[in-house]
Design a protein around this ligand. Structure first.
Ligand code: ASP
Length: 325
């Protein structure tokens, strides 16, 4: 199973890199979700046999800490048979700009096939993609985009609700600094969902409505009748100064608990990209309630989505190698 086993009339994914969701058409998103879903449904024994990336090298270059994203990219690449190298670089201890390009050039000389990059600066991953010869995947750049997170969130919703179009989705928390919010807004609005963002005024970006969402500063009003509640962490590492009066007050007004969740649809699904701050943006017991929370499934879908993206981006190079044989 791979992108090549899709029907001949499946749309072609014409991108060399995966830098963001912005600009993708509904067909392109559906194409990625379809392949991701195939990987998610594949039997473990089938996946063990996959070796479409044998002879390929994937380098995970992370300038910011990560647990889920790094591990699942590593697992996804290994399940497809690639050689994987993880590089975690403490960004604060090195000089900006120059070092990013230097690192890119050094890695490029090693001829990797895929670079997965996470970086604290918005736009850094695109810059790097312009300097190297291989495919680049964005593992999260500053507060800009986190495309594989949005895809795994969409796949989780699709598998639970059977559709994206027409669903009411509330994204709640630190919208201003969140790349997860941005990628999800692009994806969900393109796929026909009705997206609301909920945050205190200090954490709502100016003119956010231009992205096709409704903005709420009252969480109770924003949660009314929604199908999905996506909670976000306060991105304190991207904050200069104080954006919330106190954690206690923040939880009172913007923390998700059973009382506030009761305003959403009775079968509303609770999601969170992790890492969670229990008792800050979400009640701990609610986060663990498997009847309401899809947080564990999100992690599971992450591996399938990353396998699909690696498969799709390397398809042209795989067929080039096959023809050269
Ligand atoms: N893990 C997600 C990210 O890298 C969400 C978060 O850190 O809050 O953006």
């Amino acid at each position: 199973m791979s992108a090549e086993t899709l029907p001949a009339n499946a749309p072609v994914f014409g991108y060399r890199h995966l830098l963001g969701i912005q600009g993708f058409s509904a067909e392109e998103i559906s194409f990625l979700l379809d392949i991701s879903n195939r990987y998610a449904s594949a039997l473990p024994q089938d996946l063990k046999k996959e070796s479409i990336l044998s002879g390929f090298t994937v380098i995970n270059l992370f300038f910011e800490t990560s647990t889920r994203t790094l591990t699942s990219f590593e697992l996804a690449a290994k399940r497809l048979g690639a050689d994987v190298i993880n590089m975690q670089i403490a960004w604060s201890s090195i000089k900006k700009g120059e070092t990013l390009i230097d690192t890119a050039m050094t890695l490029n000389a090693m001829h990797p096939d895929v670079l997965v990059v996470r970086h604290p600066d918005s736009g850094a991953v695109k810059l790097l993609s312009e300097k190297v010869n291989c495919c680049v995947m964005n593992g999260g750049d500053g507060s800009h985009e986190h495309p594989t997170q949005a895809l795994l969130d969409a796949l989780t919703i699709l598998r639970r609700k059977g559709r994206l179009a027409g669903l009411k989705v509330a994204i709640s928390g630190d919208i201003k600094h969140s790349r997860v919010a941005r990628s999800n807004i692009y994806l969900l609005t393109t796929m026909g969902a009705q997206v609301r963002v909920i945050a205190p005024p200090t954490l709502l970006p100016a003119a956010i409505e231009r992205l096709g969402v409704e903005a709420y500063t009252d969480m109770r009003a924003g949660l009314k009748d929604v199908d999905i509640v996506m909670m976000l962490r306060l991105q304190t590492e991207r904050m200069q100064g104080s954006f919330v009066p106190s954690i206690r007050e923040y939880f009172h007004f913007f923390g998700l608990d059973r009382d506030k969740l009761s305003l959403a649809k009775p079968d509303a699904l609770v999601m969170h990209p992790g890492p969670m701050n229990r008792g800050v943006e979400i009640d701990s017991e609610l986060a663990d309630d498997i009847d309401r929370s899809a947080i564990r499934e999100q992690v599971e879908m992450g591996v399938a989505v990353r396998m699909a993206c690696l498969d799709v981006l390397t398809a042209p190079e795989r067929s080039r190698r096959a023809q050269a044989r």
